[in-house]
Design a protein around this ligand. Structure first.
Ligand SMILES: Cc1cc2nc3c(=O)[nH]c(=O)nc-3n(C[C@H](O)[C@H](O)[C@H](O)COP(=O)(O)O)c2cc1C
Length: 193
């Protein structure tokens, strides 16, 4: 599958099979992040791989899912992620302005995961203090976001936005994700008229 096809295929996954992910694959995902573009090539980001079941369960209690349809979008028991990658910033390398690096790194992780057949959900709504405590993350690191991972147990679909960008579940429980239309996001400036 081409990169473009993968990009179009990737959907946020919030229901997972309970098969564990090989540690080598998790390290490969971080390696994909390592090769992401980085402003001034400073590479200030660090990563914590969480795959020990007790830790994974503990982190789960401190992340929030699918705000538009809560609590319907929460993974149910037996559908929860089997691993997380936590994205950290090292302020000794860069104090501010690392968020764009984190975005590029996260997308590399999620696309490489998809290529491995693994679903992902990028999580910004997380209890950072609790996650720091559970994982013993040193105070100096800024906890940016987390990526939940696992083999998918749902198949969300993207569709053209038609009046609302809010994702929703249909009567079969399939998640629909409206994407703004191409013609609505390419601005025609004076120079092009
Ligand atoms: C920066 C960022 C933070 C996000 N945080 C959460 C979150 O806390 N919980 C969640 O369930 N989804 C979260 N998402 C996933 C979005 O809801 C999802 O990307 C969006 O609905 C579009 O769906 P798609 O990824 O399938 O295209 C986040 C996405 C981004 C980019």
């Amino acid at each position: 599958m081409s990169v473009y096809e993968l990009i179009l295929k990737r959907r946020t996954i919030r229901k997972f099979r309970q098969d564990r992910i090989d540690r080598k694959i998790l390290e490969k995902l971080v390696n994909a992040a390592r090769f992401a573009p980085s402003g001034a090539n400073l590479q200030p980001l660090k990563y914590v791989i969480v795959d020990e079941p007790e830790k994974v369960d503990a982190v789960f209690k401190h992340v929030r899912w699918a705000g538009y349809i809560a609590p319907e979008g929460n993974p149910r028991e037996g559908e929860t992620p089997v691993a997380y990658i936590i994205i950290l910033n090292d302020p000794d390398i860069r104090k501010t302005g690392y968020e764009l690096d984190a975005g590029a790194a996260a997308q590399n992780i999620m696309l490489t995961a998809l290529e491995e057949g693994i679903g992902s959900c990028w999580l910004g709504s997380i209890d950072r203090d609790d996650i720091r405590r559970i994982l013993n993350i040193p105070e100096k690191y800024v906890i940016n976001t987390a990526i939940a991972l696992g083999y998918p147990a749902e198949s969300p679909v993207a569709e053209e936005e038609n009046g609302s960008i809010k994702y929703y579940k249909d009567e079969n429980g399939t998640l629909h994700v409206p994407k703004r239309k191409l013609e609505d996001i390419i601005l025609k400036t004076d120079a092009q008229e």
